[in-house]
Design a protein. Structure first.
Length: 49
């Protein structure tokens, strides 16, 4: 069984990967490849500008 701490760690890592991909991939592709919700990707993109 995966603990909530492990789940948070996995999500945090996926978000970091998504941030790294913002300048080279579109939102939908990042969402598919990282598993991060597309709304969160759009939010990350707005914050990065």
């Amino acid at each position: 069984m995966i603990s909530s701490a492990e789940e948070k760690g996995k999500k945090d890592k996926a978000i970091e990967i998504a941030k790294d991909l913002l300048d080279i991939l579109d939102d939908e592709t990042i969402a598919v490849k990282t598993g991060v919700d597309i709304r969160e990707i759009k939010s990350l993109r707005k914050k990065s500008k």
